[in-house]
Design a protein around this ligand. Sequence first.
Ligand SMILES: Cc1cc2nc3c(=O)[nH]c(=O)nc-3n(C[C@H](O)[C@H](O)[C@H](O)COP(=O)(O)OP(=O)(O)OC[C@H]3O[C@@H](n4cnc5c(N)ncnc54)[C@H](O)[C@@H]3O)c2cc1C
Length: 498
Amino acid sequence: MANTKHDVIIIGAGVVGCMVARLLSRFKLDVLLIEKDSDIGMGASSANTAIVHAGYDPKPGTLKAEMNVAGNRMYDQLAGELNFPFERRGDYVVAIGAEEFVKLEGLRQQGLENGVPGMVIIDGADVRRREPNINPDVSGALWASTGGICDPFAVAVAAAENAVVNGVTLLTDTAFQDFIMEGTRIVGVRTNRGDFRSRWVVNSAGLYSDVVMHKAGLRPEFKITPRKGEYYVFDKAEITINNVLFPVPSATSKGILVTTTVHGNTIIGPNALEIEDKEDRSITRVGMDEIWQGALSLIPSLSLRYSIAEFAGLRPGGNAPCANPNVKYDKDFIIEIPKQVEGLVNLGGIESPGLTSSPAIAVRVVELLKDAGEKLEEKPEWNPIRRARPRFRDMLPVEQKLLIESHPSYGRIICRCENVTEGEIIAEIHAPVPARTYDAVKRRTWLGTGRCQGGFDTARVVEILARELGVSPLEVSKKGKGSEFLVRPTKEKEAEQC
Ligand SMILES: Cc1cc2nc3c(=O)[nH]c(=O)nc-3n(C[C@H](O)[C@H](O)[C@H](O)COP(=O)(O)OP(=O)(O)OC[C@H]3O[C@@H](n4cnc5c(N)ncnc54)[C@H](O)[C@@H]3O)c2cc1C
């Protein structure tokens, strides 16, 4: 496998790397996507608020603003082609009291400058009618009709699958260690699985994008400071929110919001806590209290009794100044082909709204390659469509019956809370980007995310994974090496002791 030669190597299979891979698969290029983890999308791309932002929030003139608005526009076509869950429900910035109400117009103006269509300021009575559980002191809201929600992991996996089907090679458990250079030209990468040579390398390593660019001697002053955001998830049978509800933002953050997800759960969060450790996704008592208080100011009737899960994600926030000299703003995205080295497309500081921006960032990467003289010839056989696999819970009874008749494994429910069948699990294990761990199956099928949080399904999923992958159940893990579920076969051990 090592010492192969590619046209482009992409470091990092988060939503950005996967979108870049998918778009490059359109051209006659040999593309390799490498990911250090056991599955794609295990970084920021699977632990975020899942909002396709309208684009009124970023500072005008920044790459963040440009990519946000452009990316948002691409989501309808993308969701149609790649078959991932996406709902353009619109979003609300909710003002509580008169002081906050006056700030809505400033936000609307900023949105207009960024080119956001469909924004209206509505009064408190209108907000109460649309969201009956809202704080009764609501004075109005900025309604942005282009805001949406999606399943961020599904976006990444759909893009990766489409890329693989169109010829991209994906290697998981493959960590970039260093560049192979000839003078100032990058000619490949060194990894834990050997060397891979290529004409171009794309740095889309998220939290580690600073480490990667420093290896090429670039931007030594650039630093990623992880910004932790924590969340509560609520039982969908107990709490229903209709909309995406933001508070009026502060100078540093969009604030703690209350939103529904495409899976029907209400989530609250995130806060914004700067930390040093790029792997610290633990939740904190202080942080959870902070998001709880923030959420109550929007929906006072929320009850923690119905919280079924908690999680945290890390924003890969950077300190790069805005490339536009007319705009004084740091912490902008970096999207560049730097002059100091040849053969690198450098992406950095892709924090929020990076999920929304990811398809537009991929387009910009292709534009940069063309500007650098790369002759990108389209493949006539490129297929933009990624076919969806059956989702049992979303089917009509008559469709379910027909499916079970042709594939009996769809008649066996493995996760009772989320109604996930054995057939769906098997399909994911044998998909173009295969699910090989419990978490990989969970993120693709949504099993184990309901009230029992995997209490009923885990043992069955371990059995199915072992059978389908042809490995011992002892080798089946939660999220890759070192997280295996089982230690030894107990019955065999007891027999030995008798
Ligand atoms: C709390 C929170 C809330 C957010 N909410 C939103 C939102 O609502 N809407 C929105 O648009 N955006 C949101 N974002 C931002 C969005 O999630 C990110 O901008 C986006 O996921 C970044 O994608 P990425 O591919 O650049 O990074 P990642 O998803 O982190 O992917 C980078 C990948 O690179 C891999 N990698 C790193 N180092 C190496 C190496 N040495 N070798 C190989 N692979 C490597 C990592 O394992 C990882 O898989 C939020 C982020 C957070 C944390």
